[in-house]
Design a protein around this ligand. Sequence first.
Ligand SMILES: C[S@@+](CC[C@H](N)C(=O)[O-])C[C@H]1O[C@@H](n2cnc3c(N)ncnc32)[C@H](O)[C@@H]1O
Ligand code: SF4
Ligand code: SF4
Length: 447
Amino acid sequence: MKPTTNARVTFPHKFIVLRLKASYIVINGDIGHSIRLSNEDYEVFKDLLRLCKQNADVDDIIALISYSKSMRKMMLRLLASAVVLFSNNQEQSTNCAITRFPEHVYLGLTDTCNLDCVYCYGSFGDKKVCSYLSFEKAKMLVDELVLNGANTIYLTGGEPLINPNCLSIGEYIVSKGLKCVLMTNGALINENDIELYKLFAHVRLSLDSHLSLINDVTRGRGVYEDVISKIELLSKNNINVYIGSVITQHNKDTLKEFILHLRNKYSITDHSFAHYIPSFNNRDHSLSCSIEELIVCDNDISSTFSDINTTKGIITIFTGNKNWCCGMGVNEVFINPSGDLYPCRMTYTSELRGGNIFIDGYANSLKKLAKIHEKINVDKLECRSCMYKYLCGGACRVYHSSFSASIYENSPDVCKFSEYQIIKHILHKYGLNYTHKFDVFVLETAS
Ligand SMILES: C[S@@+](CC[C@H](N)C(=O)[O-])C[C@H]1O[C@@H](n2cnc3c(N)ncnc32)[C@H](O)[C@@H]1O
Ligand code: SF4
Ligand code: SF4
């Protein structure tokens, strides 16, 4: 009897191919691993693909390619670069919404704010009634999160420091072995208790520009001076400062100078950008940059600062989730001061509420979120026939909904942005940038 290895080789359902001037980049459309092939090697790759099926038996492949040295070599290259994979023949389920508990939990300590930033997704500055998460309730909540796989808790709001329990809650979180990040506008940081701020993995201050004239358009009058004084205070006390900035029409043309200013004057390199997303509570599109503007902006910055990514966190290729985008509700959730659970901070709207932790418990509240997940799975959305579906994961659903009618409907603009990010990420691996000329097409694997 013929000996058999029982091993299989898994080909993706699709290969995405970038045709460059004198070579091809072949990308596994399921997991994003890629390989660059010369024109000649690409022909061998196509010959090999014609012979192989999606889930191929190793013995069959060996028999099929044994006559061709170049095909054997190609097969080894594909396996070495993990563009095709050895499999243990166990089907991996990708359709189960919640297979683990979220590691990143954003905890809203209050629904109010001392500022009224023009783009804020929460309209917290409008709220007349203050709601605080009490220390006792926070302890109950943190105890549940510790038991259920949380790793980092981000104290947010509104403005978390409005809650008088903020620092005690932070201390409790750290005492339970979790990482804690404070997300703040900085105004209420007080020199008297500065030592306590050392408990945070970092203090994330919001600042949109190195120029007060620009920063204060989005963040409010006089805010620039205040944040700068808090950066100085925190840095002087050796507290890790992280700057979070939002890209809008107002600051898009001065971001490079902004990054340099923070580096040169304050030695701050922990700096991340999010672009303004018109959200459920704030649909002001006049602040938004177009996709073309964001691409120019991102290209400009990444060509100077290799460590800064202005389009961070949006696509699956970076996060490793196959069917979902940024991780909303899977790897990240938001809990408001009353204990209501939401898929993410930006989905702070009653329609997307998952349950209440104090009433339903954390695990049950997550189960309620799973119903939303079932619908934002790329195999169920309009995304299902898109070649990028497992690399993009459906992108930021709130960003889609800012152009379309709901988080379940796609916007071509957001898709264009996703395609840009995926291709940029792949080209970067080969020392190329987005300005290189290329065509994109798909090669299907036989099933
Ligand atoms: C809602 S605030 C809460 C914490 C604190 N009050 C602050 O401003 O840092 C958290 C972050 O979300 C950002 N943000 C608010 N609305 C946004 C939007 N529509 N699009 C993108 N980022 C937004 C803010 O700039 C801030 O950095
Ligand atoms: S971004 Fe932060 S500081 Fe500004 S209004 Fe929203 S919660 Fe307040
Ligand atoms: S590019 Fe658009 S259609 Fe394709 S997976 Fe992403 S969001 Fe869906």
